[in-house]
Design a protein around this ligand. Structure first.
Ligand SMILES: *[C@@H]1O[C@H](CO)[C@@H](O)[C@H](O)[C@H]1NC(C)=O
Length: 344
């Protein structure tokens, strides 16, 4: 009996909402009244989920699928030469998103590596597979070092607005993803605002942070990664055998000492960054995979071997004749040029 009552009321409310939506085509004011009233009455229950959330993004499980298996497959196909990312980072993400209830602090990741090694690709594709609406999700907040924090003299102001932005965002959805790009261009001191937010707290000013994820992207440590990888492989290790712990201390040191947002932060002193993730410099064999993937993306399934060779030899600079200095960056334009010239 009561189930039937619930069903009928869901039906009625759905019907009313649809009427509201229809009305709103003509009158925006009534939409806001109906939406406002509806959200009070429904109190964000199932009815709200089946009506409002059909048309709008909500902070509900079905809009935050966090499909890490799909992320892993995506990386297999599109990111080359990053076995540590593929194994250890994916495991860290999987663990965070499958045991959210027992999480005691936000997941905090710092990505390091020379340009073109896939840091941005990874951050964007974490967003893509965690949120139904991907990078354009309302629950993904991306900051760019140079444009969002341009002035050394405004650090105090940045600290205040950043803290407020983060607290407001997790109040709307605790499972928010914060991405900070160009961390090495962010003035020293800005991140002091984050320290208390990233620590083990039940809540900060009423906001719950332990379900959130923070990702910092930085070129700092890139040369140190290359040097360490070279040292390890010269001592007989295979590239694919190197692990997260081989690089973490170096990266922590680099982040702490190199100029930029993480320099001398209490965030590092307090060990609040969970993983320093190395993006390894790419070798020629990885560059060639990027080129092949790019051809494929442009509809050429079997590019000529000589074209692949030509691009990887003539348009890519190799540091110490081994590691590419710009990774897979800019290759897409070169491949596009070949496709337009020879394959169309
Ligand atoms: C996750 O993604 C994989 C591969 O794309 C898919 O097969 C699977 O159904 C997805 N799982 C969920 C829970 O959506």
């Amino acid at each position: 009996m009561s189930q039937m009552f619930v069903d009928i009321s869901i039906f009625l409310l759905t019907f009313l909402t649809l009427c509201g939506v229809a009305l709103s085509l003509f009158d925006p004011l009534s939409l806001s009244l109906i939406a406002g009233g509806a959200s009070l009455v429904y109190n964000r229950g199932k009815v709200w989920e089946y009506t409002y959330c059909q048309l709008n993004e909500c902070c509900i499980d079905s809009h935050i699928p966090a499909n890490i298996t799909a992320l892993s497959q995506d990386l297999e196909e599109n990111v080359f030469g990053q076995h540590i990312v593929q194994r250890q980072l994916v495991a860290a993400l999987k663990s965070h998103y499958t045991h959210l209830d027992s999480s005691t602090k936000p997941l905090v990741l710092s990505f390091h590596g020379t340009p073109g090694t896939g840091k941005n690709y990874l951050a964007d594709h974490i967003a893509k597979h965690v949120y139904k609406y991907g990078v354009s999700s309302y629950f993904v907040k991306k900051f760019m070092g140079r444009t969002d924090f341009p002035l050394e003299s405004d650090v105090r102001h940045y600290q205040i607005t950043l803290r407020t932005t983060i607290i407001n965002a997790v109040n709307v959805c605790p499972r928010t993803l914060f991405i900070f790009d160009e961390v090495d261009k962010i003035p020293v001191g800005v991140f002091e605002a984050l320290t208390s937010l990233l620590d083990h707290h039940h809540s900060v000013e009423g906001a719950t942070l332990r379900f959130a994820t923070f990702i910092f992207l930085s070129n700092a440590g890139g040369t140190e990664i290359s040097a360490k990888l070279l040292e390890l492989t010269e001592n007989g290790a295979l590239r694919e055998e190197t692990q997260l712990f081989n690089f973490e201390k170096i990266l922590e040191g680099a982040a702490y000492n190199v100029n930029g947002g993480l320099r001398k932060t209490s965030m590092i002193e307090g060990s609040l960054i969970d993983h320093y993730v190395p993006f390894l410099p790419l070798e020629k064999r990885h560059i060639e995979k990027c080129i092949i993937a790019e051809f494929k993306r442009l509809g050429v399934d079997r590019p000529a071997f000589t074209d692949i060779e030509e691009i990887s030899n003539n348009y890519v600079t190799y540091y110490k004749n081994i590691f590419s200095t710009s990774g897979c960056k800019r290759l897409s334009k070169k491949v596009a040029m070949y496709v337009a010239d020879k394959y169309k």
